[in-house]
Design a protein around this ligand. Structure first.
Ligand code: FES
Ligand code: FE2
Length: 463
């Protein structure tokens, strides 16, 4: 009996042609193919958990923000009971966008076309001229609400999925929860978003930035070389390839495609190299060099909110950069400021698809809610100086992504392959407290390949 390929494009290419599991190669055309993109919207963005924002963006009853789950526009709203709801921003009457604002406060979302109205939880209230029953008599009001997504709030971050019966959010995180908790769930009041996210369009496919986010540490040595040439990251222009600053640590990932780079605190940047950790307790270490975004006053809260093993990891080899499948970059770093000082920069980027040739870069910048105002201001300034297209780090990336995109369209070049063949192999460092796959030593391609394996898995599964 012939078995139907799990995914085949109209020119006959299957998912196994596009992603060569044996050779660890991916055809460049995956970045530009329109048919594949339509499959991605259904099989990935229609099914996985997606980041939509932070609860500090909608603190009051009636507050809402408008965001996207793939190409689907959604209203993220807080009801009178404080619950957060995510509803498809498509009027069930004739398909108009119900909420045309970006954000605001309202207990009623009224469609501007014929006036059908909905509550923050998506329920249908009614149409104008109630006595005329302008919604008809064929469907009950309860059938005419906005389509509702499944919501989970993790460390204040708002996630949603259309996969109502699918894996729980904790299953989606898999073994990475142990590490993610160290970033998102470590203080009493949690994180606070420092203003609305920066948003800008990049002329590249969402996967070009997203696979890089699966902990591509290697590119920083060359693409972000200018950061190191200044000497602030533990090297001089002549010694970058000898010292390879920030390249050694433990990369962690999992079958779910998430990953993090854990880098020794004291070795991350030259500016901290005079700190001596030998013989110091966890608490002493944390007070000498609190993790990015944590002040000395907040150190006791780490012990309260995390396990002893998690706190020890934060004190010695904290997770600093990585990604959450499918389209999130995590940046929780110590970073130099242009005024000569240094501070933490905490940011999450969502790379939201806008057709196969563009994505919207949504840059969320955070600080701990309980941090002093001056620290928050410094961190906001630092994150803007480092991240986003105005940031010294991501100006480099935002120049590279569109150039890869252009190559993905060429008749010859689209058949070139992306290669993930520098592999460390999964090895658990002695005494390592966390789960998942661990890759100690020089950062290699393992975590990015795991990202593609999960992509392959989800794209092979019909909806
Ligand atoms: S399309 Fe929304 S009320 Fe008609
Ligand atoms: Fe980068």
């Amino acid at each position: 009996m012939l078995t139907k390929p799990s995914l085949a494009l109209s020119d006959g290419a299957t998912i196994d042609d596009l992603i060569n599991l044996e050779m660890h190669e991916v055809q460049l055309r995956v970045m530009s193919d329109e048919e594949l993109y339509r499959y991605e919207m259904e099989r990935i963005f229609g099914r996985t958990w997606l980041l939509l924002g932070h609860e500090s963006e909608i603190p009051k009853a009636g507050d809402f923000i408008v965001r996207d789950m793939g190409e689907d526009n959604v209203i993220v709203a807080r009801d009178r009971e404080g619950q957060i709801h995510v509803s498809l921003n498509v009027c069930p009457h004739r398909g108009m966008r119900v909420c045309t604002a970006e954000a605001g406060n309202s207990h009623v979302h009224r469609c501007i076309y014929h006036g059908w109205a909905f509550r923050p939880n998506g329920d249908f209230i009614g149409a104008p001229i109630e006595k005329e029953q302008m919604h008809g008599a064929m469907r009950s009001k309860s059938e005419l609400g906005l389509k509702k997504a499944r919501v989970y709030v993790y460390g204040g971050l708002i996630f949603a999925t259309w996969n109502i019966e699918g894996p729980s959010f904790e299953e989606f995180l898999g073994p990475m929860k142990f590490y993610f908790d160290q970033l998102f769930c470590r203080t009493d009041s949690g994180l606070e978003l420092l203003g609305p996210p920066q948003r800008f369009m990049i002329p590249a496919n969402w996967k070009i930035a997203s696979e890089q986010s699966a902990s591509d540490g290697f590119h920083t040595l060359t693409l972000h070389r200018s950061l190191m040439e200044g000497g602030v990251m533990g090297s001089t222009p002549d010694s970058i390839y000898d010292m390879a600053p920030g390249m050694y640590g433990v990369d962690v990932s999992c079958d779910e495609g998430h990953s993090l780079r854990c880098i020794e605190a004291a070795q991350t940047f030259k500016m901290f190299s005079d700190i001596k950790f030998e013989g110091k307790s966890v608490e002493e270490r944390l007070n000498l060099l609190p993790p990015p975004g944590i002040t000395k006053d907040l150190v006791p809260q780490l012990f309260k909110n995390l396990s002893a093993e998690q706190v020890e990891m934060l004190a010695t080899i904290p997770p600093q950069v990585g990604g959450m499948f499918p389209n999130i970059l995590i940046l929780f770093i110590f970073a130099p400021r242009t005024d000569g000082g240094s501070s933490g920069a905490l940011a999450l980027h969502a790379y939201v698809p806008r057709g196969p040739n563009h994505f919207e870069f949504v840059n969320y910048i955070f600080a701990e809610k309980d941090a002093p105002e001056q620290v928050k201001r410094d961190m906001l300034q630092n994150a803007i100086q480092q991240s986003g297209t105005s940031g010294v780090i991501e100006q480099d990336d935002a120049d590279t992504w569109p150039q890869i995109m252009r190559n993905a369209r060429g008749a010859m070049s689209k058949h070139m392959t992306l290669k993930y063949q520098a592999l460390s192999g999964n090895k658990k460092p002695e005494g390592w407290p966390g789960g998942g796959y661990t890759y100690p030593g020089f950062t290699k391609d393992d975590t990015q390949w795991n990202w593609w394996l999960n992509y392959h898995r989800l794209m092979s599964r019909p909806v």
